[in-house]
Design a protein around this ligand. Structure first.
Ligand code: GLN
Length: 465
């Protein structure tokens, strides 16, 4: 009830698309009954959570914040949602996002932009001269609704999706813990795809410990997703005593990227020094192909988008145009009415890259570069590095009015420079809140680990927290 009240109280954030109060109350009652019968409770019994609106939820509308899927009610739960419900967790709502999870701002969904709760906190407000209705910052994205839900305390945990940073980026800008697990460790069944070869469900929580609890429940092979793997053996909780002196932390020199703010750089240096003082080995390393990652991601993303979006033809799911003069006309008008400009642009670019005459030049080339980016990580980890410490975003959250300027939009593609290489390599990464900027907005730092060593990654993150 408190969480539902908090959702209502913070409606101005626009974090939720659907509030599932009725089913939440039923689920909560079931947890209550278990409690009263004296049965031992699991770690998630009765815990309110929310889910990004690109995960299918049984009998609950799932929109991807797009006109195309308005009114689409799936007949099943995504595997990760089902696993949380099976543990007694209580679904309070579906959260807002960029249309089809394409974006880094949560400013591009059909339900309007999500507002960052921190831009309503005292420190930011004291410094800002303008009125709260115009002077507010973005949450980052595309899982901005999930990040705002956890940050504004209306959910204890939220699911996001992470294709190029969509869980970590808003996690960092909203001051919550956000984990992108190893590719294949969590099932994508029921997650409406963006880039199948990079998508993973992401976990957002208030602490690293909570993220570890949820990871343990969600991980593992799912016969409905052939890319999933068996989860490694995981102890019941993160070790309380662990010797940081056994850990070697890499600082990738290429991550001193253009546009990195001095406040974020200062935090990065401070935390690196903190590791060193505690006895960890801290060492500069090189990931030489980082500079190509934005372009490479863009090509691969558009190609997979062009193919994925073909299914939205007005026949199977959601919206269907009233124009029925011919099947082709119905397809075309449905898609015209259904998709925003961001989605359209990616479909068109993807189809261009995939033309027979362009295929080798763009798609195949991008795949080769992706391999080199992956090899960079392997080489560094093979040399004895346990985790990499990097910024998550270039700076703290941008003001909405600045973010939507056209020239900033182009620049905002650069925002994912620290997160996208991780998806292309399939390795796990987590962002941990480390400080507030002088403006009073959160700054997070990212730790990157080796494939399927998510637990070790979280152990180090827990130490850093
Ligand atoms: N910002 C990136 C994009 O728009 C990442 C999105 C994501 O991770 N879902 O593609």
């Amino acid at each position: 009830k408190k969480c539902i009240n908090q959702i209502q109280r913070t409606r101005y954030l626009n974090a939720y698309i659907t509030i599932t109060e009725e089913t939440a109350m039923e689920q909560a009652q079931r947890a209550d009954i278990r409690l009263s019968t004296g049965k031992p409770l699991g770690p998630l019994d009765g815990i309110p959570f929310s889910v990004k609106d690109n995960f299918c939820t049984d009998n609950i509308e799932t929109t991807c914040a797009s006109n195309m899927l308005k009114g689409y009610v799936p007949p099943f739960n995504a595997t990760v949602v089902q696993k949380l419900l099976d543990q007694g967790a209580v679904l309070v709502g579906k959260t807002n996002l960029d249309e089809f999870a394409m974006g880094s701002g949560s400013a591009d969904g059909v339900f309007g932009p999500v507002r960052n709760p921190w831009s309503y906190a005292t420190q930011y407000r004291e410094q800002s001269k303008e009125d709260p209705d115009s002077d507010w910052t973005i949450t980052g994205g595309s899982s901005g609704g999930s990040a705002a839900a956890v940050a504004s305390l209306s959910s204890f945990l939220a699911l996001g999706s992470d294709t190029g940073g969509s869980t970590r980026n808003p996690g960092s800008l909203c001051g919550v813990v956000a984990l992108k697990p190893s590719y294949g460790l969590l099932s994508r069944h029921g997650l409406i795809p963006l880039v199948n070869s990079m998508d993973v469900p992401g976990i957002m929580t208030r602490s690293v410990h909570d993220a570890a609890t949820v990871l343990r429940i969600l991980q593992g092979r799912d016969e409905r997703d052939s890319t999933t793997v068996q989860a490694p053996n995981t102890p019941p909780s993160l070790p309380e005593h662990f010797d940081i002196r056994d850990i070697c932390v890499g600082i990738p020199k290429e991550y001193h990227a253009p546009g990195l703010s001095k406040d974020t750089l200062a935090q990065w240096s401070r935390v690196a020094a903190m590791f060193e003082q505690a006895g960890a080995r801290v060492q500069e390393v090189s990931l030489p192909h980082t500079q190509h990652s934005i372009v490479c991601y863009h090509v691969l993303c558009c190609c997979e988008v062009a193919s994925n979006m073909a299914r939205f033809d007005g026949l199977e799911y959601g919206h269907r145009s009233a124009v029925d003069s011919s099947t082709d006309a119905m397809y075309a008008t449905t898609r015209h009415e259904g998709f925003n400009n961001v989605v359209r642009r990616r479909i068109l670019s993807g189809n261009y890259f995939l033309l027979k005459s362009n295929y080798e030049r763009y798609f195949v080339k991008a795949q080769q570069i992706r391999r080199l980016i992956t090899e960079d990580f392997k080489t560094v980890f093979r040399s004895g590095i346990d985790v990499l410490l990097t910024p998550t975003t270039l700076s703290d959250a941008a003001r909405y009015s600045d973010f939507i300027q056209e020239d900033n939009r182009t620049r905002s593609a650069q925002e994912d420079v620290f997160t996208q290489p991780v998806n292309m390599a399939g390795v796990p990464a987590v962002t941990v809140p480390t400080a507030l900027s002088p403006r009073g907005l959160p700054i997070g730092l990212q730790l990157i680990g080796q494939t399927l060593q998510d637990w070790k990654l979280l152990t180090v993150a827990h130490w850093m927290e």
